[in-house]
Design a protein around this ligand. Structure first.
Ligand code: ASP
Ligand code: MG
Length: 416
């Protein structure tokens, strides 16, 4: 069994849906399961519906219209005017409107999952029907009945045993199957989601449960690159990397593959390929167990807009266990994600991400017990397999404030 994952960029318009169809025709359609995300940036558009529904009702209609029109344009291009597929999508979005009208819950995370799921329900309906129109036989499945999770909305945890049983009972492995990425279902019959960009993880879940031969994630880049092409100009393809390397890169912030994807694959030694949906001739990247990175290149990962905090005791005493544990308690309390730690006798530095905008309250509290220096808006560069040259390159992007070097990894905080 092969598992293929197609993300939003691979089905962002009619042309790209046709391209996916032709990939399947060339690569073969049997013994295959496709995991499909919402089209283009539709999950963001559904998030706007959630926001409008919860906080700004006057914007709700426009947000819903935007989503409906986006799909209608693609459906017109693929199936012509007044198609049966348009009727199916109308029914689907009618269900969403019905839900919004009847709902009484105020639980944002629950509502989020009940609403954004329509992105994947719509995309898979369109792709499945287009395949059928082109003579590519396929089975559409509702993944909410296959991936069983707890009820932690927006960050649902998979019940592996139940999920595997259900998948094995319901998926006909001879055929071409289509499922929605990112979604699951809880035992109360509600929709859950696995976290943003979770469709990669969906592919990992199916691969694990079906003992798949391989997973392929189809992307708009050649494969896994040694840096994010949106940030660095001269990126190069990594032909081969290990599971561990991929996890490390994701840990430091590379947005290559959803971090949860790797563990289920690793535990069954299922190889992961990352290939370009724009060029089938390219072989892309192969991720497997224990292999050395090839070619051996420095890999650059950047986290922008971080805050560097340097903390020392007011009485010039040393920074030791009790101060540090106090500081960590505060970091945890104010939901500040720590991306780098450096400690010396008299000062303790952390580079943090102010995702939840609680830095100011943290800072006020910290100032009452310590001397605190803050530099905002810094970039944190991580270089795996660094060389002198690679570090020099980073140091030139601004004023390096702090450097930390381990065996394989160098991290530099730079003030631009
Ligand atoms: N559509 C979801 C998102 O954009 C899941 C995914 O694309 O992986 O986050
Ligand atoms: Mg996406």
């Amino acid at each position: 069994m092969r598992i293929y994952k197609f993300g939003g960029a691979s089905i962002k318009d009619a042309e790209s849906v046709k391209n996916v169809t032709s990939i399947l025709q060339q690569e073969g359609t049997e013994n295959c399961l496709l995991v499909i995300s919402a089209m283009g940036k539709m999950t963001n558009a559904f998030e706007k519906i959630v926001h409008a529904y919860c906080y700004e009702r006057e914007g709700l209609k426009a947000a819903q219209d935007f989503v409906a029109n986006f799909h209608t344009e693609i459906i017109k291009d693929l199936f012509g005017e007044a198609s049966e597929v348009q009727e199916k999508i109308d029914i689907l979005f009618g269900k969403l409107s019905g839900f919004l009208a009847q709902n009484t819950s105020k639980d944002y995370d629950y509502l989020y999952d009940q609403i954004v799921c329509f992105g994947e329900l719509a995309s898979t309906t369109i792709v499945s029907n287009y395949f059928a129109k082109e003579g590519v036989e396929n089975v559409w499945n509702d993944v909410r009945q296959l991936i069983i999770t707890d009820s932690s909305y927006r960050d649902a945890k998979v019940d592996w045993q139940k999920t595997q049983e259900t998948i094995l009972q319901n998926i006909d492995q001879q055929k071409l199957n289509i499922v929605q990425g990112f979604l699951g279902g809880d035992t109360k019959g509600n929709t859950t989601t696995l976290g943003r960009e979770g469709s990669d993880y969906t592919a990992g879940i199916f691969a694990y449960c079906l003992d798949a031969n391989a997973v392929t994630i189809w992307k708009d880049v050649q494969g896994v690159l040694n840096a994010d092409p949106r940030v660095f100009k001269d990126t190069q393809l990594l032909e081969q990397i290990s599971y561990e390397e991929t996890i490390e890169m994701a840990f430091y912030g590379a947005s290559v593959i959803h971090p949860k994807t790797i563990q289920p694959l690793q535990s069954k030694d299922i190889p992961l390929y990352v290939r370009s949906f724009k060029d089938l001739k390219l072989s892309g990247t192969k991720v497997t167990r224990g292999v050395a990175i090839q070619p051996l290149l420095p890999c650059f990962i950047v986290k922008k807009d971080q805050i560097l905090v340097s903390i020392s005791a007011l009485d010039f005493s040393f920074m030791v266990e009790d101060n540090i544990s106090h500081i960590f308690k505060l970091l945890h309390q104010y939901l500040l994600k720590v991306n780098l730690i450096q400690n010396s006798a008299i000062s303790f530095s952390v580079c943090v991400d102010n995702k939840f905008n609680q830095f100011e309250t943290f800072y006020e509290e910290l100032k009452s017990s310590y001397k605190v220096d803050v530099v905002k808006g810094v970039d944190l560069y991580t270089v795996r397999h660094f060389t002198e040259e690679a570090l020099e390159r980073i140091n030139k992007t601004g004023q390096p404030l702090l450097t930390q070097i381990n065996k394989e990894t160098a991290q530099v905080v730079v003030n631009k």
